[in-house]
Design a protein around this ligand. Structure first.
Ligand code: G3P
Length: 218
């Protein structure tokens, strides 16, 4: 399973890259706004900065909600860097735009997916990635990880090539559950990835090793 970082924060992206576990980055308009990136020129420069750190797929989301606008904006975004993946919402216009970009060999990420039916349409349109939002489904007492399992099963059964990118990951347990469900990618906040390292037996084992070493070596 690949790890993407779900952020537009350059320091966190550098940190994850330095750890050696970063395969890509996903952004969205909320994450860009959180970093205070204002205006198209600054946003486009920021995407290029992210691509230059990561060297892997970087999802950049369109703001347009109509098909023509999505195509126009997506083409501008795709021209910024070879690693840009056009992120499109799972709406009628978005699905049509997924199909358009798939035909041009441009990677897409179909986002805001909350049902098996939406995931089916994204795959049929030729999306590179589909992004089911695990945490937001859990928020409304639905089963986010259950949806990941269902989509993985459907894609395997019918032989769709679309990759399942588990999004809206809120914590470390979500990562483990999406891993077990067979997600191709989990896009996560950095603390959730770091949480994978935590184990009390690692801490106590290391303390004991050092204690024994110092008993002999001073
Ligand atoms: O990848 C989608 C993600 O950014 C949404 O996360 O926590 O706002 O539901 P959240």
């Amino acid at each position: 399973m690949k790890f993407f970082l779900d952020t537009a924060n350059l320091d966190q992206i550098r940190e994850a890259y330095a750890m050696g576990v970063l395969d890509g980055v996903t952004t969205n308009p909320s994450l860009m706004a959180k970093e205070g990136i204002k205006g198209k020129d600054n946003q486009y420069k920021h995407y290029i900065d992210i691509c230059n750190i990561v060297g892997g797929d970087v999802s950049a989301e369109v703001i347009a909600t109509d098909y023509e606008g999505m195509v126009r904006e997506g083409e501008e975004l795709a021209a910024l860097n070879e690693h840009i993946v056009i992120k499109l919402p799972c709406t009628e216009a978005g699905i049509k735009a997924v199909k358009y970009f798939a035909g041009k060999g441009i990677k897409t990420n179909c986002t805001l997916v909350f049902s098996l039916g939406q995931a089916l349409l994204a795959a049929k349109a030729g999306a590179t990635y589909v992004s089911p939002f695990v945490g937001r489904l859990d928020d409304i007492s639905e089963d986010g990880v259950g949806l990941i399992e269902d989509i993985v099963e459907m894609y395997n059964y019918y032989g769709f090539g679309t990759m399942v990118l588990a999004a809206s990951i809120r914590h470390t347990r979500h990562i483990i559950d999406c891993l077990k469900a067979g997600a191709d990618v989990a896009t996560c906040p950095l603390p959730a990835i770091k949480g994978l390292l935590k184990h009390p037996l690692t801490d106590s084992g290391l303390a004991k090793f050092l204690e024994d070493y110092h008993k002999v070596n001073g």
